[in-house]
Design a protein around this ligand. Structure first.
Ligand code: SF4
Length: 456
């Protein structure tokens, strides 16, 4: 039987961090990799996941110990294929771990397994990935079909979605169009006790034992700053499958609270309404948090969500300035944000609103409008994110010439992934931008909102 080891690299935040309790610094369980590994397992592949972020945290930030632990896993499991999955913010750590692992194989004069990469960064920038890390190949797009072919012995050059230096064509992988064909995730492949520790993942006032659960992949919108749908086309599970998946994860992990992973439950509103009706018939056994676009909101829908167990909604309000929203191609209005907030307050659904600042041509007047919208809408949780064009987004493609001079090494890619490049896109000085950023973040005090920083 073929053996594949998945490696999830750690993020910068936890290196040397000896004191981060899960309640206040929760971690979203890696459903993507677990789902992929489960799929391969269901097809007869022996799989293992080295979840290095969890390992690093459990080792109190000791990265050397964590690498030693990884080597022990490699020795005992003896994989034929090692697959790294990472996004841009973890690119540099993937490189570090790759060097360590290949070095250990070399030192011991052992045959090295096939080393491949997948996930967001390798998919979006396959050649860039290979220019920094000499993987044998990268997977472009969703991994189920190409990985299964690879592990079944199909030659790499024949597999759509597998790219390596010297291959002439670069195509995205074929995808499983009916998501209901996927097996339910086997959470025993990672340390589920770690991920189900009670935390403030959903609320700053209450703690929940919570697990993520995917309803759909992709998004039918194309906001200029977002990379969400660059390689996924929008589709979702049937309501029946999804309810059974909730039951499965609840039973396997001992949780009754979920974070629904989807770009917006309103993208497939009819199917999500069916999910709600079925949950209500079951006696509303679960609590859940989901993303929703403000242009998909109305009172009846919100009431249905609440009755079906919704305890929080996430909205990307993004800006209080209509011209900035239009520039983002967000396809919502400031008025829709206001109405959504009013309805949430009326019906009693806590909500999270996220904003982007430093967008192209943004002026102080635009930021003043954003401040007004925050004060007016009084979100339960607030995030103010500094804009930086991320790979895979339209904004990135249009502005490569501006970004490239700032990226001189792999560490700069991490900065880009963490939205930390020192690029000013708005129409104001650095000093004025600093003032506005702090001012907006401080507004949480006046509306009693919990601030959430995204991007660890
Ligand atoms: S920001 Fe949200 S709605 Fe817009 S493309 Fe991304 S996931 Fe879709």
């Amino acid at each position: 039987m073929k053996r594949m080891l998945f490696i999830i690299p750690w993020s910068e935040f936890y290196i040397g961090n000896t004191d981060c309790n899960f309640t206040d610094e929760p971690e979203r369980a890696p459903e993507g990799v677990v789902g992929l590994a489960t799929y391969l397992k269901a097809h007869g592949i022996l799989v293992k996941i080295a979840d290095m972020q969890r390992m690093l945290r459990c080792n109190k930030g000791d990265d050397n110990q964590t690498l030693n632990d990884l080597w022990s896993i490699c020795q005992s499991f003896n994989p034929e294929v090692i697959g790294f999955s990472f996004f841009t913010a973890r690119f540099q750590y993937a490189s570090h771990i790759f060097k360590y692992i290949t070095g250990r194989f070399q030192k011991k004069k052992l045959e090295r397994p096939l080393m491949i990469a997948g996930g967001v960064h390798p998919t979006l920038l396959p050649e860039n990935t290979l220019s920094y890390i000499p993987f044998d190949a990268v997977i472009i797009g969703e991994g189920e079909i190409p990985l299964l072919q690879l592990l079944s012995g199909v030659r790499m050059e024949k597999i759509k979605g597998v790219f390596f230096l010297g291959k002439l064509s670069m195509e995205k992988a074929d995808v499983i169009s009916n998501l209901d064909e996927l097996p339910f995730p086997d959470w025993n492949l990672v340390d589920k006790e770690f991920y189900t520790q009670p935390s403030h993942q959903i609320s700053n006032t209450d703690i929940h034992k919570v697990m993520p659960i995917t309803f759909g992949r992709g998004c039918m919108y194309r906001c200029n700053f977002c990379a969400h749908n660059c390689f996924l086309y929008a589709r979702c599970h049937s309501s029946e499958y999804f309810i059974n998946k909730m039951k499965w994860v609840s039973h396997q992990c001992g949780v009754d609270t979920f974070i629904v992973q989807d770009s917006s439950i309103g993208n497939f509103r009819d199917i999500w309404s069916e999910v709600c009706i079925k949950l209500i018939k079951l006696g509303t056994p679960y609590k859940w948090w989901a993303n929703l676009r403000v242009n998909q909101v109305d009172e009846n829908f919100l009431r249905l969500l609440k009755q079906a167990g919704c305890i929080k909604l996430f909205f990307g309000f993004k800006s209080g300035s209509q011209h900035i929203l239009d520039k983002m191609n967000k396809r919502i209005t400031v008025e829709q944000c206001r109405q959504t907030a009013l309805l949430c307050h009326k019906i009693g659904i806590p909500f999270y609103s996220s904003y982007i600042v430093n967008y192209f041509d943004e002026t102080e007047e635009d930021l003043e409008l954003t401040a007004q919208l925050i004060l007016e809408t009084k979100p339960t949780s607030l995030a103010i994110n500094i804009f930086s064009p991320v790979p895979g987004s339209i904004d990135y493609d249009k502005n490569i010439s501006i970004i490239e001079p700032y990226i001189k090494n792999i560490h700069d890619w991490t900065k880009l992934g963490m939205l930390n490049l020192p690029l000013l896109f708005g129409n104001m000085s650095q000093e004025r931008f600093g003032y506005w950023y702090n001012y907006l973040r401080n507004l949480k005090k006046y509306i009693n909102a919990h601030e959430t920083i995204i991007g660890k």
